[in-house]
Write a protein that binds this ligand. Structure first.
Ligand code: HEM
Length: 430
């Protein structure tokens, strides 16, 4: 048990206010396996490569993802995706997985390029912006264009972003559904409005099909392997899930990636010239600033680890925010050093910022493609600098974005290079 538990509430307050600090202390006191005192719940934290392998490998066996994320149920539906029984989960995952693999990803490049070019054109020649305030809506516009089609994306405005942020407010580990919290009520209302809008779009696509079929058209016509039609509620929730899971996380990762690069001029120069180095930088940002910094499961039977018995019903956490910086597994753990990934897969295999095993992020390749395009276009069009010093993560139990203000100043590089102006790129892509 980690030190510092208070009477009655145990570690609850610290777990909410500074979870990373608590887990670091646990590691310093006990190594890679220790318990937290959360009222009414047994909880353990697993750290390090070996134990992470157990965490992801045993999911859907001795560990359940279904019961560990209670908010998923209220934001989507019971019997949806990870909440469904394993057979139904695989059927639903099968509907979307192929759209995120191999050559299918090429189909999103034009949409990502186009939204990025619009964003750059609208920035003008020089100015400043707060990273998450501008990149958040861009990421959401990209998701909307890729998953809901260009018409929808062109109608989308900041209200849609605000609607999605309200919907995201339904997230939260220890918030029971019956609690009449304003943020839970707002989240449910936003969910219902988004569901109606997406349902209308699916029905419209059935009446007026788009050819060649894009993501939304494929969903509108989706059938299970046995030929049965997929219920509309499942399809609507799939669109909601992908857009939600994709925007919150990618916004944070891309903002950190830009901030990290601006703090390291040599890596910035190399990333401008070589997308392979940009990829290494994206991995290094995943290591240092994993936005999904804690992931949860629940033990569904007793298991043994390091001579201890972890009983059935225990909450089990993996914590990339601490695992990724263990000095025994990572050289220069707190330094931004993208070249550590030059060696290839061995270093990358230690990362769990996108999860692992069967439930590894469905959109990982999409997210990398998107981040690579957006960042390389920004770097080739602008000279950028951080205006508020080295950013710090937001406090508490939120998706770990850089805390605002985290502004960048930018100035066009047109005069310096042969970079294609965004307006020309836009015309070509239109
Ligand atoms: C930088 C961006 C992203 C990060 C860091 C991220 C992170 C993660 C993590 C850690 C998980 C696993 C959670 C767990 O095992 O408990 C996950 C799952 C998932 N992600 Fe992502 N994600 C990102 C982008 C995306 C995008 C762009 C999409 C969709 C287009 C997406 C869709 C999903 C889905 C559907 C799951 C559930 C997978 C399953 O359980 O089968 N994510 N993501």
């Amino acid at each position: 048990m980690v030190s510092g538990a208070k009477p009655v509430i145990g570690h609850l307050a610290e777990f909410f206010a500074a979870p990373e600090r608590l887990i670091r202390r646990g590691h310093a006191e006990h190594g890679g396996l220790f318990s937290l005192d959360l009222p009414g719940r047994r909880a353990v934290v697993l750290l390090g490569q070996e134990r992470n392998r157990f965490f992801y490998g045993e999911t859907d066996k001795r560990l359940s993802i279904r019961v560990a994320y209670p908010f998923f149920d209220r934001m989507f539906a019971p019997e949806f995706y990870v909440f469904a029984d394993p057979e139904e989960y695989r059927r639903q995952r099968g509907i979307v997985l192929s759209r995120f693999q191999g050559a299918q990803l090429d189909g999103y490049v034009a949409a990502i390029e186009c939204e990025t070019a619009k964003f750059i054109a609208q920035l003008g020649d020089q100015g400043e912006f707060n990273l998450v305030d501008e990149l958040g809506p861009l990421v959401l516009r990209i998701a909307a264009r890729c998953f809901l089609g260009p018409d929808f994306a062109s109608r989308m405005d900041r209200d849609f972003f605000a609607e999605f942020r309200r919907f995201s407010g339904g997230m939260g580990f220890f918030l029971p559904d019956w609690l009449p919290l304003p943020r839970l009520i707002r989240s449910r209302r936003s969910r219902d409005r988004l569901r109606r809008a997406i349902g209308d779009m699916l029905r419209d696509r059935r009446r007026n099909p788009v050819r060649p079929a894009d993501f939304l058209q494929t969903l509108a016509e989706a059938r299970y392997e046995n030929g049965a039609r997929v219920p509309d509620l499942v399809l609507v929730n799939l669109v909601l899930l992908l857009t939600w899971a994709g925007h919150e996380t990618t916004t944070g990762h891309i903002a950190w990636a830009v901030a990290d690069l601006l703090g390291s001029p040599d890596d910035l120069r190399r990333a401008r010239e070589d997308t392979k180095h940009l990829d290494r930088c994206l991995h290094e940002t995943e290591r240092l600033h994993p936005v999904a910094y804690i992931q949860a499961r629940q033990a569904v039977e007793d298991f043994e680890m390091d001579g201890f018995t972890v009983p059935n019903g225990t909450l089990v956490f993996s914590a990339p925010c601490v695992s990724h910086r263990l000095p025994e597994e990572h050289e220069r753990p707190d330094d931004y050093w993208p070249d550590r990934f030059e060696a290839g897969r061995r270093e990358r295999a230690k990362l769990i910022g996108f999860g692992g095993g069967l439930h590894r992020c469905t959109g990982v390749h999409f997210a990398h493609l998107e981040m690579r395009i957006v960042i390389s276009r920004l770097l080739s069009h602008f000279d950028l600098e951080l205006l508020d010093g080295t950013p710090r993560p937001v406090r508490g139990m939120k998706t770990k974005w850089p805390a605002s203000p985290c502004r960048v100043g930018y100035r066009s590089r047109k005069a310096l290079s042969t970079v294609e102006p965004a307006s020309i790129l836009l015309r070509q892509l239109a």
